[in-house]
Write a protein that binds this ligand. Sequence first.
Ligand SMILES: *Cc1c(COP(=O)(O)O)cnc(C)c1O
Length: 459
Amino acid sequence: MTTDSQPYRAALEVAVREAISWLDGMPTRSVHPHKDPDEIRDSFHDSLAEVGIPPTEVIERLAQLGEPGLMGKGSGRFFGWVIGGTLPAALGADWLVSAWDQNSRANYLSPTAVTLEEIAGEWLLDLLHLPKDCAVGFPTGGTMANFSGLMCARYKLLKDLGWDVNEKGVNGAPAIQVLVGQDRHVSVDLALRYLGFGLPTVVDDDDEGRIDIAALRKIFESSDVPTILCLQAGNVHSGSFDNFAEAIEIARQHNSWVHVDGAFGLWALASAEFDSITAGLNLADSWATDAHKTLNVPYDCGISIVKDSQVSKGAFTVDAGYLFDYAAPHLQPSDKVVEFSRRARGVPVWAALQSLGRTGVVSLVEGLVHNAQWFAQELLTIPGCQILNDVVFTQVCFAFESDERTLAIGNALMANDSVWISGSHWKGKQVLRISVSNWSTDQEDLETTVAAVRLAGQN
Ligand SMILES: *Cc1c(COP(=O)(O)O)cnc(C)c1O
């Protein structure tokens, strides 16, 4: 065992230099990758060497050959899908998490890592005005956060029917109905697939992609089957929020569990400015969100929140002789997510919240939305441009006179290295989408982006 820190120091120093060069170049670099996957494969093409090379050379090679194939997702002019940037404190903490390399399954394995995750969880509940005793877990992303909430739902509804799903599985289990909106995110379907549910029952929606309340009531009234209702806070096209107050009131009159996919939208709960769209959102049984979107921590960080921590424990906890029998007063990380050994991904969340403070989080979320609203106003000054959604949150969906023209403008934008705006298909129409998710977007970025759309529209 060497105690010399030199091997680490040299590799980390190259990594720092290369990381700073990457980040420093962000404002001026093309937002798009310079090389496509085949070209990148060509640059790295060699077969596995018989003999290795020193760590510093590995990192140098990685940075130099890899950089041309990187997406400038940290740019203030990147508006694709729903992809956040990275706050400096969160990035620094993420590096330290790797250097510490703690196993964050339980607090006796790493008092610091697990306690910081607990604190981050408490801060989140406080910020989002959710009940203080919820279980907060840190899975890999929104997909697994949806999975976690839905796994708790499955466990609880079946338990109430006298069926222990942990013991008996899903084969032959009593029926459970799963209701989703037409416009839910596909990761909800994926989570249901992992859980053995198959395809959910789809409820009609309105023009903004919100569940139609009358249709929902009808389904509930026509069946007594215990139900998992999945609602959405933040539609990827319109940013819309389901009508939580009414939907949850209906669900409460029937035997049900309400789960909310709030991958980027749950953060609206931080600001009173969004009270009209978040009304009733705090009344669900479980919520999924991402820290790596709106909160701007590096990738690999979802957040699962479950109101009844005993249900979380029932769904996730396992026992094995070699695990310590800890008498912890509260849940351990592995009582809240499916992973056992994992990185301390809640620590960058702690760092982001510590660096922003309450007012910083509120202004981050409000700022993203104000930028989206600014876009909606300015884009309207471009001939032929129509805004398709009510811009209540961070998403702006727009189109031009015909699908052909929208596609052509989308292609022209894809040829413009200074911005990234993705196309999509929504409500039977070819559309372009702006998702404002990066903390660093400033007025100049906004103006450059609108100018790019205007220019694309002139072709
Ligand atoms: C991004 C997203 C997800 C999936 O989250 P991942 O972090 O990509 O796993 C789920 N729902 C919505 C609404 C999203 O925007």
